[in-house]
Structures are given as C-alpha cells and as structure tokens.
Design a protein around this ligand. Structure first.
Ligand code: TXA
Ligand code: MG
Length: 345
C-alpha cells in the first residue's frame, strides 16, 4: 500500500561547509519523528530517530522494506555508540579507532532501550559512524542516533545523488538534503562481531584484508567469485541493488555472441567492460569502459546504472569483474543486480 503523498522538499547544501540553518531544519524534523534523506560518504541514507519506534516504522513504509530487514544505526562517536549497544568489545574498539568515522558497520549486541523495529526484533544492531560532513553535522545537531538504510525503494539501486532519491521517494518523505554525488559509491562493509571468528556479512569499501590486518582472521563465507548469498543476515535478500534493465554478467569469451544475439532482438543494449570489446561494431550498442581501479569503479558504479536506467536501456551486459579481493564489493553488487530477472539469451 502506498503512503499518502506528501510534498518532498530538496535543500541543496555545500558538502564541505553545510549551511547550519538547513542542518537545523533537518535535525528538527528528525526530532519530531519525521524522515530525512541525507548523503553519507557511501550512498544516501533515509534517516529516522533510532530511539523512536514509530519514526523507524515510517522508514519501512516509505521504502516498502520487509520488516525482517534490520537497519544500520548511525552515530557521531563512541558516546553515541554507547546509547545503542549493550557493550563495546575489544575487537570493536580496535576497528573503531582505525576506521571510524568511515564505511564500516559493526554488528554488536543491542542496548535494551533500542526499539526492536530497528533490529528486526533481533538481539543485535549494526552501527557505524559516517564520515561525510553533512551526516556528521546532522547527527550532532539532532543529538540522536539515526537509523538509516539506503534511501531507495526496497531492492532498487542505492542512490548516490539526491535525484536518485527523488526518483524513488518523491511524495513519500518530507525532506532530502542534497550534497551532490557521494564519494564512495557503494555501501559500507558490514561485519558481525558477536560471533567468533567475526563474520563478514557484506563486502564494502573497507576490504576483508584491511580488517584482518587489525583483528586477525575473519570468516568470509564468500569466495572471491561468489556473491554474498546464504549469509546469516536477515536482510541479505539476493536480488538487490537492481536496475530496471536486465543486467547480465558475461564471461569474456561469450561477450561477442551474447551481444550479437541481443542486438538481433532489437533490444537497446549497453555494454560495460574493463578490457574486452566485442569483435564487431554496431552503432546501436552503447559501450562504456569502467575504471581499472576498484575505488574509482565503486564511486561510479551505481551512478552508471542509474544513468542507463534513465536512458531506458533494456539490457545491460557487464564483462566479468576483474579477479582479486579488492573487487569483492563490486562483484557482489553486480551479481545481486543480475539475479532473477529473465535473461533474453
Ligand atoms: O553505507 C551504508 O551502509 C548505507 C548508508 C546509508 O549508511 N546504508 C545501507 O543500509 O546500506 P541498508 O539498510 O541498505 O543495508 C544494511 C545492511 C542490510 O543488508 C542488513 O540486513 C544488514 O546491513 N544489517 C543491518 N542490521 C543488521 C544486524 N543487526 N545483523 C545483521 N545484518 C544487519
Ligand atoms: Mg539498501
């Protein structure tokens, strides 16, 4: 069921020196139990007061999100963290000292006062301290922990620009803070510290190797060629981060034949590649080279897919992702984006 249509305002802010009046206005809405979309260093989040069960339930309505999918809580620092977790174990202390503020979400035992709506009624909560100035100013000004999933409709692509939020959530939320394009481009790494060894639940901008260098071996349950499929994270529904177009990852030797077949069917096709072009040229085929560097690629990945969706491509063929663990997050997102829609070839 759709929520009643409300007027969605967009306030444009300088991401480095955000206007204090805009931040104050957004913070006030959060204190009143309303929703505000804002940029983090990864993607845009849809925030609500994490301590207000009714406010958090508005997130689920606005996104059409299944209640079994828990939400990441955003805090300013350790003091904010103590309000939402039962305790801070030594491994968490080490990771926090090194990676916060930044794109690392830690799953810890929840504080008894944190509403079950945030955690899908489970005993743990995922928490991170975002690095973007707008997110930090907003949390500080509201004086609250902010529950915020990515600001898109459930299972859609995560937003890296305010326009992407508007596409999905116009009429459903009162305010979007527009700080331009986010720098990171894919969501935070999520690691569960309530199990031994710690378990990687979602690959992200911080690699497993960087984490292991600090705290020793972690369980990945992910080989570098597999998606984060059967993960013990309730929200890890496979089809996710998906464009409207059908997306297909294709091994390099099959690229030419796959593209030929699709073009024969008069489909509008885009091809994203790192190294190999097809063995023919066709003016109807949109070719796009992806950056060779994994961080640069992450920064433009969702933006590229949004752009291709806006241009109404039917089909997005993607060359297999380069080998190596530094490509884990990109491989994971593309495998999820490609799952379960019918393929034409
Ligand atoms: O970068 C990010 O993480 C962005 C920005 C806005 O911070 N947020 C984000 O939230 O991607 P969301 O809701 O789209 O993804 C959160 C992921 C989900 O896969 C969810 O299942 C998992 O984190 N998660 C949240 N709480 C959890 C918990 N208590 N235990 C296990 N997994 C959890
Ligand atoms: Mg999401």
């Amino acid at each position: 069921m759709s929520p009643p249509s409300i007027n969605t305002r967009v306030l444009r802010l300088d991401p480095d020196i955000p206007d204090a009046r805009c931040i104050a206005e957004a913070a006030k809405l959060l204190q009143q139990g309303q929703l505000v979309a804002f940029p983090t260093e990864t993607v845009y989040g849809l925030g609500a007061n994490a301590l207000d069960a009714e406010a958090v339930s508005r997130i689920f309505v606005a996104k059409g999100r299944p209640a079994i999918n828990p939400i990441i809580v955003h805090v300013f620092d350790r003091k904010g963290l103590r309000k939402v977790v039962a305790e801070i174990p030594p491994l968490a202390e080490r990771l926090i000292a090194h990676f916060w503020p930044g794109p690392l979400s830690l799953v810890l035992n929840k504080h008894k006062k944190l509403p079950g709506e945030v955690t899908a009624q489970g005993p743990t909560v995922a928490v991170r301290s975002p690095a973007s100035r707008i997110a930090r100013d907003l949390i500080a000004q509201a004086g609250l922990p902010i529950a915020a999933p990515s600001a898109n409709l459930s299972s859609h692509l995560s937003p890296t620009r305010a326009q992407h939020v508007l596409k999905d959530l116009a009429g459903r939320i009162p305010l979007i803070l527009d700080g331009g394009k986010t720098r990171g481009g894919v969501e935070s790494t999520v690691i569960n510290l309530t199990v031994t060894p710690p378990l990687l639940l979602r690959p992200g901008l911080i690699s497993p190797q960087e984490i292991e260098n600090l705290i020793g071996p972690i369980d990945q349950h992910l080989s570098s060629d597999q998606p984060a499929q059967a993960l013990p994270s309730p929200g890890m529904l496979l089809r996710h981060y998906a464009p409207h177009a059908v997306l297909q990852l294709v091994s390099t030797p099959s690229i030419t034949s796959t593209l030929r077949e699709l073009l024969k069917k008069s489909l509008r096709v885009a091809y994203l590649y790192w190294t190999d072009l097809p063995a023919f040229s066709n003016p109807k085929l949109h070719l796009q080279k992806m950056p060779d560097n994994p961080s640069a690629c992450a920064a433009c990945l969702f933006d590229t897919l949004h752009h291709l969706d806006d241009a109404a491509f039917d089909y997005i063929v993607v060359q297999e992702v380069p080998k190596g663990d530094e490509w884990l997050a990109i491989r994971d997102r593309l495998i999820r984006a490609s799952s379960s829609k019918e393929k034409a070839v």
